[in-house]
Ligand binder design. Structure first.
Ligand SMILES: *[C@@H]1O[C@H](CO)[C@@H](O)[C@H](O)[C@H]1NC(C)=O
Ligand SMILES: *[C@@H]1O[C@H](CO)[C@@H](O)[C@H](O)[C@H]1NC(C)=O
Ligand SMILES: *[C@@H]1O[C@H](CO)[C@@H](O)[C@H](O)[C@H]1NC(C)=O
Ligand SMILES: *[C@@H]1O[C@H](CO)[C@@H](O)[C@H](O)[C@H]1NC(C)=O
Ligand SMILES: *[C@@H]1O[C@H](CO)[C@@H](O)[C@H](O)[C@H]1NC(C)=O
Length: 183
């Protein structure tokens, strides 16, 4: 390995580290109560609003498992759309069947919804505004604004229209980075 390729690798590692650090929240903005006029989005990105559901972490003997156990993400700019996009892109390209937002800023995805989670009264429990958009509802305390995948064909197009580039673009960029590191 030449000095140059070692340097390129170092640069890549530094870039990666800064990306990882940037993702960590240092200041959590606590959610506020949603305006009375805010209603959950009926549908978006192939998902349909399914109701307000119980988080399961506090349920006795459930082992602290989440209602949507497969993926999660949290930040101060969370919106319904950004959570649905996150779950649609999914784990390794597998679109998640369920997406839910809790506590104004936490996004969870699952291939299934825990059988222990049950529908609860939305106006009483899913009362927080999304941290990233006050006119959207993003769950509540131990309460999930749940979305159900109803049209998988839309999630892919929603994502590629937004990014405006076909998937091979990302792959080509990756190949170029690898080449840059080797040279
Ligand atoms: C999600 O959608 C499927 C298929 O339409 C339906 O069978 C299921 O009951 C829905 N789940 C919830 C929690 O609404
Ligand atoms: C959530 O579900 C559990 C168990 O099913 C129940 O005991 C609890 O009261 C529910 N929480 C709310 C806020 O309804
Ligand atoms: C916040 O999280 C959502 C869902 O994972 C993501 O789409 C969005 O890009 C994130 N925003 C920031 C600023 O990291
Ligand atoms: C991602 O999917 C590919 C193809 O199905 C598989 O070979 C690979 O092991 C998966 N990677 C992870 C981290 O699950
Ligand atoms: C906030 O959410 C509402 C309802 O989904 C939407 O119409 C509006 O465009 C959003 N505002 C921003 C700044 O994204």
């Amino acid at each position: 390995m030449s000095t140059r390729s070692a340097l390129s690798l170092l640069l890549l590692a530094a870039l990666y580290a800064s990306l990882v650090l940037a993702q960590q929240d240092t200041s959590i903005v606590y959610p506020t109560t949603a305006a009375a006029t805010a209603t959950p989005l009926p549908s978006a990105h192939g998902y349909t609003y399914a109701g307000c559901y119980n988080e399961t972490t506090r349920i006795k003997n459930a082992g602290g498992v989440r209602a949507l156990p497969d993926m999660s993400s949290a930040n101060n700019t969370m919106t319904v759309s950004s959570c649905l996009d996150f779950c649609a892109q999914g784990n390794n390209g597998t679109t998640m069947n369920y997406a839910g937002i809790e506590y104004g800023r936490e996004c969870y995805c699952g291939q299934y919804l825990s059988a222990l989670s049950e529908e609860i009264d939305a106006p009483a429990h899913c009362v927080y505004a999304c941290n990233g958009n006050a006119s959207e509802v993003c769950g509540g305390q131990l309460a999930i604004t749940l979305y159900n995948l109803t049209d998988a064909s839309k999630t892919g197009t929603a994502w590629s229209v937004v990014s405006g580039q076909p998937a091979w673009y990302g792959f080509a960029a990756f190949v170029m980075l690898v080449f840059a590191a080797i040279l």
